[in-house]
Each structure stands twice: as structure tokens, then as C-alpha cells.
Design a protein around this ligand. Structure first.
Ligand SMILES: [Zn+2]
Ligand SMILES: [Zn+2]
Length: 480
């Protein structure tokens, strides 16, 4: 690789607005269906098949497991210092005391399994095998979402201090110890794809790993989610390599991010020493001979090096910075690549922040439980972001839109209230679609006083309702 110095790279991106995202439905949230989507098939998961019938252990049902999950979400919202306090008489928290007794809660929680460990195939070396159905289901939903224009890849830590072979330590994070998940997020914080970090057994193909190295391999792996041209993808210097930028350019993905100069074959950039003497905000640029990659060094309070396959210094703008020596604010000019990076790189951080707001805290040393509650926390946040988009599209006023706190509590309530839809959902006249179940036996219709049995259910309310020539409970149940 060789470099030209100070050549401005032609800007190949246009300023047109993000492609209109297409949703096929209106408001479809506040609702168990979100969790339904992430939930593995009824029979496969959340069963306690392999538990020996210990004395006093009553078999569970899918309804009870829903309640268990709902209570965990509620715990994330009302944080008590000790789990048993949620049931204490003086606290008087109805959602806990009226739905499940404390001992049953602990019993179910300590025996919760998503897969039958005894049925694990011998060749399966997935570290996260035990929580796989849940994360797969959640990922399937992420893959359905229409992509935003500005995307970023970064890591998220699931706080965990117990023992697990792939536990990581990442310096500078609020929870440095834990399980690492790589996320492809939009600027809005919405997750579009993710990959659990598990070293050698990670899903990234061997070809990517040998060709690019692990970090860049992860970005390239996640970039497969981007199938249309002209998306902008940002990532930091942990992932950045020259080859990665080149490969992404071939896929017409505009990529930019911070870079470690040592990975870029001696580009002719000014040294820190020289740049420190120049006025603040000075920058230097180098473009590879093939014109594919530009490196920009910008000297703010210290030097930052950025690499990109679509933008260099570009159109500079100005940012306000405090100057220690002069004791006043200064206008410091900033290259375009830095501006775009700073704007887009917030996605994964935003997701992390939202997840940690009402995170279900688990003291347990069991990593499975930690990962299960994390999956539900994540799903709620992503669903809320989706809900907010839908609400905006339906011209709902901000005061009528639920904040994350109330949204999460609503989902929790739906889950514990025996899967019955909330009245404001059932009668909202939006997006109630009939669907057929695949059960061998028909289910009792949920319209009051109807004794019919049916295979038809409402996709949104998730309740069975007759829909036959002389009995249209489906219509009746959606009208007040
Ligand atoms: Zn319905
Ligand atoms: Zn009926």
C-alpha cells in the first residue's frame, strides 16, 4: 500500500434523505406480541422437561413462565435492594404479591432452562448453547427491521462477574467485566444485528478471520446485514484496518472510523510534534495511491487519526472548544469525517444507556440467568424504539407516547396478566390480523360466554377467537 499526501478524496455520498423505511403496520406495541416474536416455539423452550419430579415440584406452564419473565422486567423498573422484598407485606406491591408466591418464583428461576442440556449434539461447541433459542429468536426480529442510513458497530458488555470461559475485561466501560456482544446499531440506537463474543468458536467465518483478523472480521460479518448500497458504517480503531475499508467499498458501503496508524503502512502524515505547534484544529490528509482510502489526522487537544473509504477532510465545520491557556471558548475547525463519525457513533452507546436504565439486576452467579434477563431487557428497548417510530408515523403526540419506563411496565403487566391484552390495545382498531395456529387441537374462544373452539387467533392480541360463517367473535371482540 502506498500513499499520496494531501489529495482531497472526491466525496461520493449524496445528501439525499434516508430511504423511506417501510412498515407494514401501525401501532403494534404495548403488547405481548413483541415478546411472542422473540419467544421460541411454545413447546421447545421454557420447559422443565429434564427436572426430576422432586418432591413438591409442581409442573409449570407457559403462562407461569410468562409471569416469571414479566416479574423480572418489573424488577428492573422498581429496583429493590433484595429480591424477597418485592413480596414483603409492608411494601404492598400488587404485581408481585398477587401473581406468584415468592417461593415459587425462586424455584422456577433456579430451574429455568431454555434447552434440554442432555440433548446437546456432540459436535456443538457453541458456548452460549444454553441461551441460544432466545438470542436466535431476538436476532430474527432484528433482521426484519428496515435499516437506517447511518450505522455503527461497537461492543456492549453484559455485566457478569461469575465464571464463564468467554468472560471479557474491557477497560473504561462502566461494567468492565462481562460477556461481550458486538452490535450493529443505527444512529437511533436500534439494534439490527449482533454477535456474541466467544473467541475461537465465534460465528465469523474462518475466511474473514484469516483475511481480516478478528475485530475487522466481526465488522465484515455484521456488514452482511447491509444489502443495499450507500449506507454509512462507523466503527472505532479496535476494528479498523485498510483491508476492511477496501472490502466494504467493494460492497458499496461507506465506512469511516478512528484508526491506529501502525496498521496503515507508514502514511505520510505529520508527526504529533509538528502538529502540536500548528493552530488548534489543524489537519493533515493522506490518500492511498489507488484513491480508495483516506487517512485524516486532526489535532484538537490531542491528535486523532481517522480512516475512511468515502470521505476525507471534506467540508470543514466549526465546533466550540474550551481553551485552557486563553481561558475562553474557541472555534475549532473540524474535518467532515470527524463530524460524521461523532454523529453516527452514538448508536450502540445509546442502546447500552437505555438498557442500563431499567436493567433487571441479577445477583446470581449463573451466567444463563444473566443472559436471559439481558435478552429481555434488550428486546424491550428495541421494541420501544420501534414503538416510538410507529407512534411518530401515526402522528401521536409526544405526551401520548409512552416513555421507556411505562412501556416496560406495560409489557410486564401484559405478561403477568395471563396473556390477556390490555383494553387500550384490544379496541384500538389498528393492525388486528387473524392468523391460524399450528396446534393439533383447537383452543377455546376467548370472547366472553362463547364456548366455541378455534384455530384462529388475533396476531396482535394473541388470543383465540372464532371466525366461522355464523359466529364472528373476531370482529365482536375488537369492538367495545
Ligand atoms: Zn386483536
Ligand atoms: Zn367464539
Amino acid at each position: 500500500m502506498c500513499w499520496h499526501s494531501n489529495v482531497i478524496l472526491p466525496l461520493s455520498f449524496s445528501a439525499r434523505p434516508t430511504k423511506a423505511v417501510s412498515f407494514n403496520s401501525g401501532l403494534r406495541t404495548l403488547h405481548i406480541r413483541i415478546l411472542q416474536r422473540m419467544r421460541p416455539p411454545e413447546n421447545a423452550a421454557f420447559e422443565m422437561r429434564h427436572i426430576s419430579p422432586k418432591k413438591g415440584f409442581k409442573p409449570t406452564s407457559s403462562g407461569e413462565i410468562r409471569t416469571l419473565i414479566g416479574l423480572h422486567l418489573a424488577m428492573g423498573v422498581m429496583k429493590m435492594p433484595r429480591v424477597s422484598m418485592y413480596w414483603e407485606a409492608g411494601m404492598d406491591i400488587g404485581i408481585f404479591r398477587n401473581t406468584m408466591c415468592r417461593d415459587r418464583f425462586f424455584q422456577l428461576r433456579s430451574h429455568l432452562h431454555l434447552v434440554n442440556n442432555l440433548e446437546r449434539p456432540a459436535e456443538n461447541n457453541d458456548v452460549f448453547y444454553k441461551v441460544c433459542p432466545l438470542y436466535d429468536a431476538m436476532r430474527r426480529r432484528c433482521l426484519e427491521l428496515p435499516l437506517e442510513e447511518n450505522l455503527c458497530v461497537d461492543e456492549q458488555m453484559v455485566p457478569f462477574r461469575g465464571s464463564l470461559s468467554v468472560k471479557q475485561y474491557v477497560k473504561g466501560k462502566p461494567h468492565p467485566w462481562g460477556v461481550k456482544i458486538y452490535f450493529l446499531c443505527g444512529k437511533s440506537g436500534m439494534a439490527y444485528d449482533f454477535l456474541l463474543h466467544q473467541g475461537a468458536t465465534m460465528e465469523v467465518s474462518e475466511q474473514f478471520k484469516t483475511q481480516l483478523g478478528l475485530g475487522a472480521g466481526v465488522v465484515y460479518h455484521l456488514s452482511q446485514r447491509i444489502t443495499e448500497a450507500d449506507h454509512k458504517l462507523h466503527f472505532d480503531n479496535y476494528f479498523m484496518t485498510y483491508n476492511l475499508l477496501e472490502l466494504l467499498a467493494e460492497k458499496e458501503i461507506h465506512a469511516a472510523g478512528t484508526a491506529r496508524v501502525c496498521r496503515f503502512a507508514n502514511p505520510p502524515l505529520q508527526s504529533d510534534k509538528v502538529m502540536a505547534k500548528m493552530p488548534r484544529g489543524s489537519c493533515d490528509e493522506a490518500v492511498s495511491c489507488d484513491g480508495k482510502v483516506a487517512l485524516v489526522k486532526w489535532f484538537d487537544s490531542r491528535s486523532v487519526v481517522m480512516a475512511s473509504n468515502f470521505v476525507g477532510v471534506g467540508t470543514m465545520d466549526e465546533v466550540l472548544r474550551w481553551d485552557e491557556k486563553q481561558g475562553r471558548f474557541l472555534n475549532v475547525s473540524r474535518p467532515e469525517v470527524v463530524k460524521l463519525y461523532n454523529e453516527a457513533m452514538v448508536g450502540v452507546d445509546l442502546l447500552n444507556q437505555l438498557v442500563s436504565l431499567y436493567r433487571t439486576e441479577i445477583r446470581s452467579r449463573k451466567w444463563t440467568l444473566r443472559m436471559i434477563t439481558h435478552a429481555f431487557d434488550l428486546a424491550v428497548v428495541n421494541s420501544w424504539l420501534e414503538y416510538r417510530l410507529d407512534a411518530k408515523r401515526a402522528n401521536l403526540q409526544t405526551k401520548d407516547t409512552l416513555d421507556l419506563l411505562h412501556f416496560k411496565m406495560n409489557v410486564a403487566q401484559c405478561l403477568v396478566s395471563d396473556a390477556r391484552p390490555l383494553p387500550e390495545v384490544q379496541y384500538d382498531m389498528v393492525d388486528h390480523m387473524p392468523n391460524y395456529d399450528e396446534k393439533t387441537e383447537a383452543t377455546r374462544c376467548k370472547r366472553p360466554y362463547c364456548t366455541g373452539k378455534t384455530h384462529v387467533f388475533c396476531d396482535k392480541c394473541n388470543i383465540h377467537l372464532c371466525f366461522v360463517p355464523h359466529r364472528n367473535c373476531f370482529k365482536a371482540a375488537h369492538r367495545k
